[in-house]
Design a protein around this ligand. Structure first.
Ligand code: ADP
Ligand code: MG
Length: 210
């Protein structure tokens, strides 16, 4: 077993993990976090419940500059429910970082208020592909300062037909970035999108639940 304390995480992240009772890393966290923290592109394959959110969430939060009030991270999820769960988990992991803003931008919600929220700014956006693409095309969302992008549940996003949308979204992001892809399964389509949008990714595969 490896503990989070073995990682060079910011002290406020470590103490918050302690207060959340996250002591030991799950296998996917133990295997992917060193590469994520080193800034590598990572493909993480692990079943539901394996702790993928904290794997990418801690990597993002470690690199986030809270004083720079710019969108530094975009997390894409297949559905609004999943995006809301991820946003809640990231906020929980970020509790000890003051003034951090995590904004959820999903389909099925009125468009106008989202434009207002985006104008107010955020550090991290969690959203669903269709709506994120719409905001990018309209110019209400700009990704020029994005340092990392997460494709969460990538297999489900591809199943839902979001392949082209994902390509379009990634086309709006800086080339110089970290791309993290998480998935429960690894069909051929994932391999092909990874080839297009990632730079020599480290691939991590975890069999068991915990
Ligand atoms: P996945 O995305 O792989 O399906 P989640 O990231 O949603 O899994 O995590 C599943 C559950 O495990 C969540 O309730 C989360 O709070 C919890 N969890 C994640 N990592 C740890 C850990 N290291 N220690 C304790 N609980 C954890
Ligand atoms: Mg998940």
């Amino acid at each position: 077993m490896s503990s989070f304390a073995s990682l060079a995480l910011k002290p406020e992240l470590l103490s918050n993990l302690e207060s959340l009772n996250y002591t030991e890393m799950t296998p996917i966290q133990a295997q992917s976090l060193p590469a994520i923290l080193a800034g590598d592109d990572v493909i993480g394959e692990g079943k539901t419940g394996s702790g993928k959110t904290a794997a990418f969430g801690l990597g993002i939060l470690q690199h986030l500059e809270v004083k720079r009030f710019r969108i530094q991270t975009l997390i894409l999820c297949p559905t609004r429910e999943l995006a809301e769960q991820v946003a809640a988990e990231v906020r929980k992991l970020a509790r000890a970082i003051h003034n951090i803003k995590v904004l959820c931008i999903c389909g099925g919600m009125p468009f106008g208020p989202q434009i207002g929220s985006l104008e107010h700014g955020a550090h991290i956006i969690v959203g669903t592909p269709g709506r994120i693409e719409e905001h990018l095309r309209k110019g209400s969302l700009v990704l020029n300062n994005v340092k990392n992008i997460v494709l969460d549940e990538a297999d489900r996003m591809l199943d839902m037909g979001f392949q082209e949308t994902l390509d379009t979204i990634l086309g709006f992001a800086p080339k110089q970035r970290q791309t993290l892809l998480f998935s429960a399964t690894f069909p051929k389509e994932i391999e092909s999108i990874a080839k297009r949008v990632m730079r020599s990714p480290t691939r991590i595969r975890v069999e068991s639940q915990h």
